[in-house]
Design a protein around this ligand. Structure first.
Ligand code: CP
Ligand code: NVA
Length: 306
């Protein structure tokens, strides 16, 4: 059987995503009951992080151990992809020893190269283009809080970045309407815009973009992410200016309507993309989402690693 990677949610159907989410929910309730399934027994998963991480590193390593496997952390400063040796050579070596690769890096092309040169699954732990594991956690959290995806509307306020691209993709695949609210010049990439629009057509949902804050009206979930992502630090002053006025604060939450929840992939910058009273307030489900990173990634590993 051909191996499957998780490079982007574009490669997954709505049905496949729902199957991953159902497995995540099952794995989560087993863990709460102190029951463990061990599909990774005697298996090793390599973890490579070329950017900082708390949640992704902690949840992958913990999840691998809970599934009975071994997590092999490979410091990027040691293996130096593309400097000490090529991604192709790294893939061809790793596949002889380990059973899967989890990688956080800059370029989507790099993880595609690793995946096409390895017979083992490669899992995207964030690139400049996508953060599929985050979007799976958002979807599981939505399901828990709203019971169903049907009729749920998601408003994302801010940069059309990796987190936004994966969030809109999963909304479109699962049939949720979504809207992007942000300044001109920071929309989704052309490719993602086309992919999300096509996926929304298949599921019969809607994706729209507006620069107007009023776009949040009627949303059940307001989501945001940092204005300056990892690797964009040199643009931070320019971005602070561009996103001024797009902070998710109590006023914006009130505009969304009663019962709207708030989430964020974290780490958050209080006073920039979100006010402290919103992220630390009763409507915030960001920590529930962070917990769910563990459960969804275990489901991904249990499904992909053979
Ligand atoms: N949300 C997320 O991916 O967090 P880390 O960058 O800490 O892994
Ligand atoms: N967009 C952010 C997400 C961090 C989890 C970044 O890429 O830095």
């Amino acid at each position: 059987m051909k191996k499957k990677d998780l490079l982007s949610l574009n490669d997954y159907s709505g049905k496949e995503i729902e199957a991953l989410l159902n497995l995540s929910a099952a794995i989560k309730s087993e863990l709460k009951a102190k029951k463990f399934r061990r599909p990774l027994k005697d298996k090793t998963i390599a973890l490579i992080f070329e950017k900082p991480s708390l949640r992704t590193h902690a949840t992958f390593e913990t999840g691998i151990v809970q599934l009975g496997g071994h997590a092999l952390y490979l410091p990027s400063s040691n293996i130096r992809i593309g400097v000490r040796e090529t991604a192709e050579d790294i893939a061809k070596n790793l596949e002889r020893w380990v059973d899967g690769i989890v990688i956080r890096t800059f370029s989507q092309k790099l993880i595609e190269t690793l995946a096409s040169n390895a017979s083992i699954p490669v899992i995207n732990a964030l690139t400049d283009d996508a953060h599929p594991c985050q979007a799976l956690a958002t979807a599981l959290t939505i399901k828990e809080h709203f019971k169903s995806f049907k009729g749920v509307k998601v408003a994302y306020v801010g940069d059309g970045n990796n987190v936004a691209a994966s969030l809109f993709t999963i909304c479109a695949k699962l049939g949720m309407d979504s809207v992007h609210i942000g300044p001109k010049g920071y929309e989704l990439s052309k490719q993602y815009l086309a992919d999300v629009t096509a996926a929304a057509k298949v599921s019969g949902s809607k994706f729209t973009y507006t620069k107007e804050l009023a776009g949040v009206k009627g949303a059940d979930l307001i989501y945001t992410d940092v204005w300056t992502s990892m690797g964009q630090e040199a643009e931070s002053a320019k971005r602070l200016k561009a996103f001024k006025g797009y902070q998710v604060d109590s006023k914006l939450m009130a505009l969304a309507g009663r019962g709207a929840k708030f989430s964020h992939c974290l780490p958050a910058h209080r006073g920039e993309e979100v006010s402290a009273e919103v992220i630390d307030g009763a409507a915030s489900i960001a920590i529930d989402e962070a917990e769910n990173r563990l459960h969804v990634q275990k489901a991904v590993l249990a499904t992909l690693v053979k």
